[in-house]
Design a protein around this ligand. Structure first.
Ligand code: KG4
Ligand code: ZN
Length: 343
């Protein structure tokens, strides 16, 4: 049977990246991401500026995604957009653009939960990637979230544990800020860590009431006090030890994540483990998960690099599965800044 191909144009604008992708079923034809450089000089995302930049970027990025996919608007089957969670001003740009486009083309509108999309990015068709089988555990680690999810099916998930304060991405970014590295600091810590000694310094690993929850705010504080103390003894401490400090911070974070994953495996009996979200781009975390296949006999799933940080391809793949269920929205749908992975 030759089923009709479904072409979906997906828009992601939840934070500071404007991204548009076109998918043919589960295959990505284009995935354009416009990063907003403006925030780096403020050391964090400025919501007002993010919203304005999305407004400037959205038309050219949509155009570029269509051209790269070699698709005309009239061939699209549906328009998808990130409904939440995210910054309201940013979400509104993608939401209203998607609504107008779906209305103008008279095709279905599909809303997507950004957190589900990070997880479902694993189902993008790619010859080099294996897809996880249900049920699996997904460790979602991003700038805004840190969660252990039991994924029973595409849209059936359970939260096993989550952070009670900072997200892993924040732990990376705040540590980087203390070290004077640019924003967002995660990739810079990663780059330096690759050349440093992960055993050079030791930082405490927090305990949480629920053994599958996370806590990262204490780590940031202990790094701050450690640096202050060392700088009193030697004002050039950071400069002289940057690689080792980054490697030690990264190793502490990896150790914390691994401890929780082991506990989740023990509790659920599930040994299929996926990682998702911006921090899953981290080379140390990726290597640890690859090594875990042999070391712990887990089956591990690591997303392709371009589908780790925010992108519209993951919105498109999630929308594809919603399309198959005819899960469409009316134009009455509104953006939602706060949303759990279960909505
Ligand atoms: O998923 P994402 O793009 O946006 C959110 O939904 O939050 O994640 C962004 C986060 C930032 O905190 C950034 O520093 C972190 O992902 N990140 C990394 C790396 N690449 C991005 N953290 C550590 N190592 C990396 N290589
Ligand atoms: Zn994200």
């Amino acid at each position: 049977m030759n089923k009709k191909t479904i072409y979906i144009l997906a828009i992601e604008s939840s934070c500071d990246d404007t991204s548009v992708a076109v998918l043919a079923n589960d295959v990505v034809l284009s995935n354009v991401v416009a990063n907003q450089e403006i925030h780096s000089k403020y050391g964090g995302v400025v919501p007002e500026l993010a919203s304005r930049a999305h407004q400037q970027n959205i038309v050219p990025v949509v155009q570029q995604a269509l051209v790269q996919a070699n698709i005309e608007k009239k061939d699209l089957s549906a328009i998808a957009f990130t409904r939440g969670p995210g910054l309201m001003g940013s979400l509104l740009v993608g939401t209203s653009f998607a609504k107008s486009m779906a209305l103008a083309l008279n095709i279905p509108l599909i809303s997507v939960n950004h957190m589900q999309a990070h997880i479902l990015a694993h189902f993008i068709k790619d010859e080099a990637q294996k897809k996880p089988e249900f049920p699996f555990i997904c460790l979602t680690i991003s700038g805004g979230h840190t969660q252990l999810i039991r994924v029973n099916d595409y849209f059936s998930m359970e939260i096993l544990g989550e952070t009670i304060d900072d997200a892993v991405g924040e732990a990376f970014d705040k540590s980087a800020k203390i070290l004077g590295l640019p924003y967002p600091g995660g990739p810079f810590v990663d780059k330096n860590a690759q050349l440093g000694d992960p055993t050079a310094f030791e930082f405490p690993k927090p305990k949480t009431k629920n053994e599958l929850d996370f806590s990262f705010s204490g780590l940031k504080t202990s790094i701050l006090y450690f640096i202050r103390k060392k700088e009193k003894e030697n004002p050039n401490f950071i400069k002289e030890n940057l690689l080792d400090i980054c490697a030690s911070i990264q190793q502490t974070i990896i150790d914390i994540l691994l401890i929780k994953l082991k506990k989740a495996v023990k509790k659920t009996g599930i040994t299929s483990i996926a990682i998702a979200g911006g921090v899953s781009a981290n080379s140390g975390i990726r290597k640890t998960l690859i090594d875990a296949e042999k070391k712990y006999q887990w089956q591990t799933y690591i997303p392709k690099f371009e589908y780790t940080t925010d992108n519209a391809a993951m919105i498109g793949i999630t929308a594809y599965y919603k399309y198959l269920n005819a899960n469409f929205e009316t134009t009455a749908v509104s953006a939602k800044a706060r949303m759990t992975v279960l909505e």
